[in-house]
Write a protein that binds this ligand. Structure first.
Ligand code: ADP
Ligand code: MG
Length: 219
């Protein structure tokens, strides 16, 4: 039995060529399937850098990341694109919804990449997810006609539409008031418990991080 989802080994990131800034110093970390992990640390400590490398949005300078025992740091770009699409969901501080599209359309759009046209089953799943995030009666609202907290909940439903194994969230509540922050965090936690999705969440909020199973601190 192997419950390990991710193995991060001796990860180093150096930005720049002339002036070099070492941001990640031999980071090693194992993450189990179904874990709910928070990464905290001050601004500039490399949280976003680490998350982007785990999500294969950026390259490490050295070191390895094994996802279910496959080294993603040596994958080619087309392999990486399909790896991301199959396994990962992203939630960012700024949700990047398409403003002219409805909540439902925003959730379905990622399936256009994976499947040429969205199947009825995917549409049903999008409706289920919007219900899970508490937006059943807002499915036909345009993104611009939703509050900040509601838009972030659409972004969460969108991150779940391809049934990712792992969700990477970078300051997902950084742009929200404290009530919406609490709601969004509780929602992520309940999705983790109910669906078993693994979460890695970057936050600078210790209060929120304290709700996690495990907190990693970057210095
Ligand atoms: P955090 O998310 O913890 O605030 P980041 O990972 O965004 O930290 O940044 C860590 C450090 O790396 C910062 O000092 C930042 O200025 C630097 N940095 C981030 N991205 C780049 C880049 N593309 N080029 C050069 N330096 C960068
Ligand atoms: Mg950051």
């Amino acid at each position: 039995m192997d419950d390990k989802l991710l193995e991060i080994k001796d990860l180093v990131k150096i930005y720049g060529t002339k002036v070099k800034t070492k941001v990640l110093h031999e980071v090693s970390l194992d993450i189990d399937k179904g874990e709910f992990l928070s990464i905290i640390g001050p601004s500039g400590s490399g949280k976003t850098t680490l998350l982007n490398i785990i999500g294969a949005l950026d390259n490490a300078t050295s070191g390895h990341i094994y996802f279910e025992n496959h080294d993603i740091t040596t994958m080619k770009s087309d392999e990486l694109a399909s790896f991301r699409n199959k396994n990962l969901g992203f939630i960012f501080q700024f949700h990047h919804l398409l403003p002219e599209f409805t909540a439902l359309e925003n959730v379905i759009i990622p399936t256009w990449i994976k499947y040429k046209s969205p199947t009825n089953r995917k549409r049903e799943r999008a409706l289920e997810l919007l219900e899970i995030v508490g937006l059943k009666d807002r499915i036909n609202n345009k993104a611009t006609d939703l509050s900040g907290g509601q838009q972030q909940r659409v972004a969460i439903a969108r991150a779940l539409i391809n049934d990712p194994t792992l969700i990477l969230a970078d300051e997902p509540t950084g742009n929200l008031d404290s009530e919406s922050t609490e709601q969004v965090y509780d929602l992520l936690r309940s999705i983790n418990k109910d669906i078993g999705t693994t979460f890695i969440i970057v936050t600078h909020d210790r209060h929120l991080a304290a709700k996690s199973e495990r907190v990693i601190e970057m210095v």
